[in-house]
Design a protein around this ligand. Structure first.
Ligand code: UT7
Length: 329
């Protein structure tokens, strides 16, 4: 039995922060950000808005679109590195917010690969035959860990959430294959040094800004292109496919130059590559499900299309998932 995506939804906060506004905070320019990353603007949460609020919006949309009762949901999996709290989990907050009385759930920490890792996890639960409806949501409030005095990171990220409902496939399509990787030796290339159990928050960690995200951009860039391209080429090869056979490629949106280089190496033409980084920036676990939800809304996928997802993120974590699309409208 295979797992299939029956429903998609996304939510981004209303408030927009443009490059021009960021250039008033740090020494940067609209031109530099656009040309080096492809980003023009990002959405940012309102005061008092957090990751679970964005996820709850996504969860409500998913239920409505699929005409399900909250009681039908068996598991809620949330990929995030910016949960509302260390505990309770974001999944628990969503479960309560939507009244999913029969669901259990958990958060999964894999940074930009959070949605891909969550999708693989959810798919295995469906394939076990024990569960019928699983919500997989990828969401991050990156502005909660951004240092708006550090131009090397604060221009890159935004806030947003997207998600899907996974169900057993009726016709043998759905999630066909996946390849996932973790390489912890890249840990300190993209990380939040303090605020966890190694260096709990103190006045000093706050003064040093070490509870904010830090990145060695150049190193991550190199690993991201190689990691995403290698894993994408491998999954194509394992399934006797070429880039030409793919209808839509949705890569993680960290930098347009990374996306272009990856697609080129994999022989996937530009018209098949989803790029929306211009409008949202890097929403970490949110990028792939937001892109998927937008593509479905625009009717870009029909029955039998091959959809390829690929991610690369902190950890390092990376992976690719191949899907034979089944329409459930
Ligand atoms: O989602 C998780 C995975 N994350 C990623 O995949 C991100 C990977 N890395 C990147 O996307 C890119 O490395 C960045 C966009 C972060 C940086 O682009 P780059 O082309 O690698 O720039 P750079 O770090 O080599 O910096 C070039 C110059 C430097 O100045 P000098 O040393 O040449 O004088 C930087 O100080 O650009 C400067 N710079 C900036 N200038 C204006 C760095 N950030 C900025 C900025 N505005 N925001």
């Amino acid at each position: 039995m295979k797992a299939t995506i029956t429903t998609t939804a996304h939510y981004v906060p209303e408030k927009v922060l443009t490059n021009i506004e960021i250039a008033k905070l740090v020494d940067t320019s609209d031109e530099w950000i656009r040309s080096r990353t492809g980003i023009a603007q990002r959405h940012i949460v309102a005061e008092n808005e957090a990751t679970s609020d964005m996820c709850t919006e996504v969860a409500k949309q998913l239920l409505e679109k699929r005409d399900l009762s909250p009681n039908d949901i068996d598991i809620i999996i949330v990929g995030t590195v910016t949960p509302d709290h260390f505990t309770p989990s974001t999944a628990a907050i969503i479960q309560d917010n939507i009244g999913a009385a029969n669901a259990w759930g958990f958060d999964l920490s894999a940074a930009c690969s959070g949605f891909i890792f969550g999708l693989e996890t959810g798919a295995k639960f469906i394939e076990s035959g024990t569960y019928q409806h699983i919500m997989v949501i990828g969401a991050d409030t990156m502005t909660s860990i951004l240092d708006f005095t550090d131009r090397e990171t604060c221009v890159l990220f935004g806030d947003g959430a997207g998600g899907v409902i996974l169900e057993p496939s009726q016709s043998g399509g759905g999630i066909l294959d996946s390849i996932l990787h973790t390489d912890g030796s890249g840990g300190t290339s993209l990380w939040v040094p303090a605020g966890g159990s190694r260096h709990p928050a103190t006045i000093d960690t706050i003064n040093e800004h070490s509870h904010y995200i830090k990145q060695d951009g150049k190193r991550v860039f190199k690993f991201a292109v190689k990691g995403m391209a290698d894993v994408t080429q491998q999954i194509l090869k394992n399934n006797n496919l070429t880039g030409e056979k793919i209808k839509l490629f949705i890569p993680h949106q960290a930098n347009k130059r990374i996306i272009d280089a990856t697609a080129k190496r994999c022989g996937i033409s530009n018209d098949k590559v989803l790029i929306n980084i211009e409008w949202y920036g890097n929403t970490t676990a949110g990028t792939i499900p937001i892109g998927l939800s937008e593509a479905v809304e625009k009717g870009e996928l029909i029955d039998g299309d091959f959809l390829l997802l690929a991610s690369f993120g902190a950890g390092f974590t990376w992976g690719s998932i191949l899907i034979k699309w089944e329409s459930h409208l």
